[in-house]
Design a protein around this ligand. Structure first.
Ligand code: FNR
Length: 347
């Protein structure tokens, strides 16, 4: 019998989802100038509460985590109160929502805050800030071990704030070339202390953050998104695979809510992953609940889930274009096609 993606799915003993279709995390840069969620964001998320689980847009854990304009935060009481309105509205409409916790590392820009841009090593990225093209990236400061301790503590604090704001759980943003991913790839990590050189050392920061979040919210409410193949603000290195082999085995012991691959197109294959695509690589190394993502339609996702390639699907751009995605799919109605012009307003 084929698996029905629209039927309920028990994630674990704490969380039951009403279907297997998750809303992927989608940065919209629509928070106010204090990085507080607005009423338009409340309405936007509330309209998508019929997905199995909303993953919030990436939300910064502290001021130096910011690399894009108007991305929401979870480090001031105003921000917590703003998110409380979002989570209340989602819950009122019968939905669930996880907060995606974010630090961009070397992709941060001092335009947004006072202080250093921190990264594993002093290796910059080329280019300019999206949506603010006049800002070019700077060479970051290599984080000291004290800096790393404070970063881990601030992920935990943001997780605590997220629970206070009413979120159902946390997705740690370990993907897409941001801080955690910078530790996991040789192209950004040249450290020669206990956070560099070997798979065990390079995975240490990701695992410390995961353990710190678990300590606050519990393993059943903790998830992580990772990008084993470098494709965004990062370059591939044939040694990366061993880091992720080690990381996945360690994550598997933690009985997390789920593991999520960060990718725009899951048909993309990586030389550094022995020719595998993201979901194939993650499935091979991780036995727990896996979320697939990346240019899937409902039909192709259904096929992949029925072929046991992953367990749940996250949908991104089609949910920007169709707030009523679930009802359209349920009723066999045509979807509106996404285009980038839709990013200028919250619908
Ligand atoms: C994204 N994506 C993304 N990923 C993430 O981990 N955190 C984020 O905040 C964002 N922000 C974001 C904004 C926009 C406008 C897009 C289009 C994408 C990636 C996203 O979660 C997803 O992986 C991709 O969009 C691929 O899925 P779809 O869109 O093909 O279903």
């Amino acid at each position: 019998m084929s698996i029905d993606l629209l039927a309920p799915y028990k994630l674990n003993s704490t969380i039951e989802l009403k279907n297997r279709v998750l809303m992927a995390p989608l940065t919209r840069s629509m928070a106010d100038d204090n990085l507080v969620p607005t009423q338009a964001m409340v309405d936007y998320y509330a309209r998508r509460a019929d997905t199995g689980l909303i993953i919030s847009e990436a939300t910064i854990i502290r001021p130096d985590a910011q690399g894009y304009p108007n991305t929401p935060g979870l480090f001031t009481s105003e921000q917590i109160q703003g998110w409380k309105k979002v989570t209340d509205a989602v819950h009122t409409n019968g939905g669930k929502i996880f907060a995606q916790l974010w630090h961009v590392g070397r992709v941060a820009h001092p335009h947004f805050f006072d202080g250093d841009v921190l990264a594993p090593s002093a290796i910059g990225v080329e280019g300019t800030v999206p949506r603010m093209r006049e800002l070019t990236y700077i060479t970051p400061k290599a984080a000291t071990t004290d800096d790393i301790k404070s970063l881990v503590a601030d992920y935990a604090k943001a997780a605590e704030n997220a629970i206070e704001a009413g979120f159902d759980g946390i997705e740690i943003h370990g993907a897409n070339g941001y801080l955690i991913d910078q530790f996991l790839h040789y192209a950004a990590n040249e450290r020669n202390d206990e956070y560099g050189q070997t798979p065990e050392n390079m995975a240490r920061f990701a695992l410390e953050v995961t353990d710190a979040v678990i300590a606050v919210v519990g393993n059943e409410r903790t998830a992580i998104r990772v990008t084993p193949g470098a494709y965004f603000n990062m370059t591939e290195d044939s040694r990366d695979k061993a880091v992720f082999d080690y990381l996945l085995a360690e994550l598997d012991t933690k009985d997390l809510a789920y593991l999520h691959g960060g990718i725009f197109d899951d048909s993309m294959r990586f030389d550094s992953l022995e020719g595998k695509n993201t979901s194939e690589f993650l499935r091979a190394g991780y036995k727990g609940t896996l979320v697939g993502v990346g240019s899937y339609s409902f039909e192709t996702a259904k096929e992949a889930i029925n072929d046991a390639k992953f367990d749940l699907i996250a949908i991104g751009r089609p949910l920007i274009a169709n707030p009523d995605y679930i009802s359209k799919i349920s009723n066999n109605q045509p979807l509106v096609e996404y285009n980038a012009d839709m990013l200028s307003e919250l619908v």
